[in-house]
Design a protein around this ligand. Structure first.
Ligand SMILES: [Fe+2]
Length: 321
């Protein structure tokens, strides 16, 4: 019988005004590589097997667009689609063959309670080669979403997509759909946005080298290096050129069976693991928390709109003269 649960996170999709500048950052500093492009869309891979882990779409406004989650088989895609439909979820695209430029495969798209697009994909092409550079991301690890409709988002991931709650703190729910402790987490917030995306590096040595490369390139660590409580993963956070928060992580706790013991807010509040198990990364850089709330992106988009509005006003004025 086909499974009605997503399995693993594959990639994220972002809208950015300058695809080339963004690509240059992700190649030279972050450690991804262009794998395909068509029109204004560019696909970037990590060193691992996933066809791509990041899709950049050229658009006037900076925006988090979508999460791509894996399904194990095409039959699972159909089963998940039927399950989502039966629950009354908004289906944005029925199951269909996916474009070859994006690695092909089969998938459908649905909408989260906060209007975010989730693509469920199976059978996407995989790379056989594996660059042996531990300072570069091997795959996408997880995405954390800021949510105003907190309970609805969690219910959506649990009931529609088959995620299970891994752990819950007083402001975040960690949700798992594969052996990773979490592939998605939902944070309490005033509005919907992406809190951060995280890329898995093979080991600590690689993470430190990658973080060093970022520092040497002028991208200071916003938070870290530290080790999280829930998930037990090592973290090092940065702000990329568009204002998105992006994380190098390694050592995510692996849940091999269903015996994992969930812990709630009371446990984590007293577990002496926050905000860093090592007691190393106890504070964030100035303004970093705002970046995680998506405020940098709001400011950049606002500045862009102000420039356009001023240009329009100027054009109207000279047309009237
Ligand atoms: Fe994270």
């Amino acid at each position: 019988m086909a499974q009605t649960s997503a399995y693993g996170i594959r990639s994220v999709e972002l809208a950015v005004p300058d695809v080339e500048a963004t690509k240059a950052f992700y190649e030279a500093q972050w450690g991804l590589k262009e794998v395909a492009r068509e029109n204004g869309t560019l696909y970037m891979r990590a060193t691992g097997k996933d066809h791509h882990v990041l899709t950049l779409h050229e658009a006037p406004r900076i925006k988090f667009l979508a999460i791509n989650l894996g399904a194990k088989t095409r039959a699972d895609v159909d089963a998940l689609n039927a399950h989502a439909k039966a629950l009354g979820t908004t289906i944005l695209a029925a199951p269909h063959e996916l474009p070859a430029i994006a690695g092909g495969g089969y998938g459908f798209s649905l909408e989260s309670p906060e209007g975010q697009r989730i693509n469920i994909v199976a059978g996407v092409a995989e790379h056989a080669d594996h660059e042996q550079d531990a300072s570069k991301p091997e795959r996408l690890s997880h995405v954390v979403l800021n949510a105003a409709k907190y309970d609805e988002q969690i219910a959506f991931y649990r009931d529609v997509l088959g995620f299970r709650s891994a752990d819950t703190t007083d402001f975040m729910d960690f949700l798992r759909c594969c052996e990773d402790h979490h592939s998605v987490a939902v944070a309490r917030a005033n509005g919907a946005s992406m809190n951060h995306m995280a890329y898995e590096l093979p080991n600590m040595e690689g993470l430190m080298k990658g973080a060093g490369r970022m520092k040497q390139s002028g991208f200071d660590i916003g938070w870290g290096v530290g080790r999280h409580g829930p998930g037990d993963n090592v973290f090092s956070y940065f702000i990329e050129p568009n204002g998105f928060v992006t994380e190098y992580t390694t050592g995510m706790q692996q849940v091999k069976d269903d015996n994992y013991e969930w812990h709630g807010a009371d446990y984590w509040a007293t577990a002496f693991t926050r905000p860093c198990r090592w007691g190393m990364a106890m504070t964030m850089a100035d303004g970093f928390r705002d970046a995680m709330k998506g405020k940098l992106i709001d400011e950049k988009n606002q500045r862009c709109e102000d420039v356009i509005a001023k240009g329009l006003a100027k054009g109207l004025k000279s047309a009237a003269e």
